[in-house]
Design a protein around this ligand. Structure first.
Ligand code: 4NP
Length: 170
């Protein structure tokens, strides 16, 4: 975690309720999976009251759709039922959410363009900041044009980073 992210997390830890938005490109693979994995960790800790969890995409191509059937299948095999309906991220999301987690560097750059204020930019954090030390990945890679391994990798990275995100917030 960068010092900037540590300061943001410190602020969030003091709050009764924390709202988290996971963001990727299409909102049908990585971010709904992040939402589902994080929600399952929160529920396993009986902490549902403390978190508002949602996901959104930079693009508008898949609005209203369930997550990609491949993502749902791979997630379901690990016990996650992904029922989110895709939506596009909007400037007002920066009012509604305390932290906006970007799956890759392009998502983070696009979010910075969208953020209405410099303070809002400060809410954007790459998911990779919560990867275990020594992980060889720099982001959660887009699995859309990949095979089964791409979807498994997304879930591996999200299970690791969501657990670390939860720990750092509690
Ligand atoms: P996601 O994956 O950003 O993880 O939801 C993608 C889904 C759809 C597209 C690209 C990436 N697309 O080009 O439609």
């Amino acid at each position: 975690m960068t010092p900037r992210t540590s300061r943001l997390i410190e602020k969030l830890r003091a709050k009764d309720k924390i709202s988290i938005l996971f963001v990727c490109l299409g909102n049908i693979c990585r971010s709904p999976a992040g939402e589902g994995v994080f929600r399952s960790i929160v529920e396993a800790h009986g902490a549902g009251e403390r978190f508002v969890i949602d996901s959104a995409g930079m693009g508008d191509w898949h609005i209203g759709q369930l997550p990609d059937s491949r993502m749902r299948r791979h997630a379901s095999a690990r016990g996650y039922n992904l029922t989110h309906r895709a939506r596009q991220v909007k400037p007002y999301d920066f009012e509604d959410f305390d932290i906006v987690i970007a799956m890759d560097g392009q998502n983070a750059a696009d979010l910075r363009e969208l953020a209405p204020t410099a303070d809002d930019c400060g809410k954007i954090v790459p998911m990779s900041e919560f990867f275990s030390p020594g992980t060889r990945y720099q982001c959660v890679p887009d699995p859309y044009y990949e095979g089964a391994e791409g979807f498994e990798l997304v879930l591996d990275l999200l299970e690791d980073s969501c657990a670390r995100l939860y720990d750092t917030l509690s």
